[in-house]
Design a protein around this ligand. Sequence first.
Ligand SMILES: *[C@@H]1O[C@H](CO)[C@@H](O)[C@H](O)[C@H]1NC(C)=O
Ligand SMILES: *[C@@H]1O[C@H](CO)[C@@H](O)[C@H](O)[C@H]1NC(C)=O
Ligand SMILES: *[C@@H]1O[C@H](CO)[C@@H](O)[C@H](O)[C@H]1NC(C)=O
Length: 493
Amino acid sequence: MEGGGRVPWVKYGSLMSFLVVLLAVWFRPPQDAVLDGRLDTVLSSLLRAEGKVGVNNVARPKVAIGFGGCVDLIVDGVSFLNKIGISYTDQPVHHDYLENAEQLAQSFAYFFAPGAAAERFVLNDTLFNELVEGARDLPGNRWSIGGNAPVMAGRMATEGCDVLLGGSFSTDFKEVLSQHITVAGEVIDEQDIHLILEYSSGANWGSYTSRRANRYIVHSDYHNPYLASMDDFAEKLNSFKPDLLVVGGLQMMDNFPFKSGERAALLSHLADLLISSTPQIGIHFEMASFVEESIMEDLLEYVIPNADSLGMNEQELPNLLSLLKGSNITVLSDPSPRVATVLDQMREVYRILNQRYKEATADSDAGGAESRGKPLTRLHVHTLAFQAMIVTRGSQWKNTMSATAKASLTANRHVCGSNDIDPSKARLIMDDSFSISLQEGSQRIPLQDTRPVSCWDEEDYEICVAPVLVCTEVYQTAGGGDNISAAGLVLQI
Ligand SMILES: *[C@@H]1O[C@H](CO)[C@@H](O)[C@H](O)[C@H]1NC(C)=O
Ligand SMILES: *[C@@H]1O[C@H](CO)[C@@H](O)[C@H](O)[C@H]1NC(C)=O
Ligand SMILES: *[C@@H]1O[C@H](CO)[C@@H](O)[C@H](O)[C@H]1NC(C)=O
């Protein structure tokens, strides 16, 4: 009886729960809608974080940026290689520089599948001219202002700064620069062309599929490696009185056939310029793709110790760290590293460089000489999935949280080629939470949609991490690092 009495109720109950489940399924937003909602929240929260502080537009900050510049000819990498008849090779080989078409194919193959950014010097004029001619009439190609210094200058001018730009430019080139940019350097007849082979995530070349969107750059630039504008730049610096000095474009010297001792002399001259600038002015050095070990050693001697701030991507960070630890150059690293990996590498670079600074100061104190170099107080690493910054507490750099948010938004704006961010063309690829270090038992930080930039204190510095709304309809990757780094700096001056 008891059991029998319960039967209808049980039946009724199951029906009820069935209905509840049905209703739940009915009303559950489709997966995409949940994700869209999440992207909208992260986007509006990042915009709020970016907008918390503004650039001082009344007294426009003054930024001096060197060196050089070029015209970028941007093409779809795979269509281009197909068109000029450079066929696919299943033999990826790493080359420091390129002398013939086969090496170009091998080198492209090396970086294309992992989707790692690379830049190589072509030591064969005939080949390079053939490449440029082939790219000139490729449908869909585009021309744009290129080179780290002009791109960073353009971004900073757009964000409200007055810029002194060091470089030798043609009259045509100067005409398209912002009115807020003043050039220091001689006028040249023709601007060097850099050929940018872009590819999207999932692009195919032979049996290779690229894991992420990126670019492979070739150039045969005989002007920029000499930093010809340096003296003019140094002279104009005195009256310009910048609030920030930025150095980039030095990768043009990588694997360039300099005469013996020529490069070190140029970089030593640059070191003098940096040392002679007012100590209170922040100096930022933007790294790039370096593969020649001896130039990295020169940078470690002449440039990096004189910089307060460094900017780099996920390839350049392990490369620098490896060299600081006395190992070889790392040509290719994981193009999509985890937050914990990057933060550990950043902590180590920060620690080693500041340790070196302390030792150098102690040495020069002991020898009675003037102390040389500066401590590293800012390190910004831009990756596809997130932006990370280490900033020394109490240093001159302001607004680290907003700057990290701005860097992250700029990544999407640049790659999508639009100032307005469209969440339907964006994707979050950072995990829902991240560990702050690979060390066992490290804290995990959840990615909060309403407060996407996470900042916390360690030792004598603050760390901030912001997710990137990764652009899914790629317009351009080249110049991304420069736009991102410049955008981050603008809020910190
Ligand atoms: C330079 O490139 C041209 C054109 O591709 C090629 O014919 C020539 O063999 C190359 N020179 C060297 C030294 O590889
Ligand atoms: C570093 O590079 C040198 C020269 O290319 C090579 O002989 C050596 O084996 C490399 N060392 C490591 C640890 O890879
Ligand atoms: C990146 O900088 C270049 C040069 O200033 C500019 O033309 C381009 O529009 C920038 N990208 C974005 C998204 O602002």
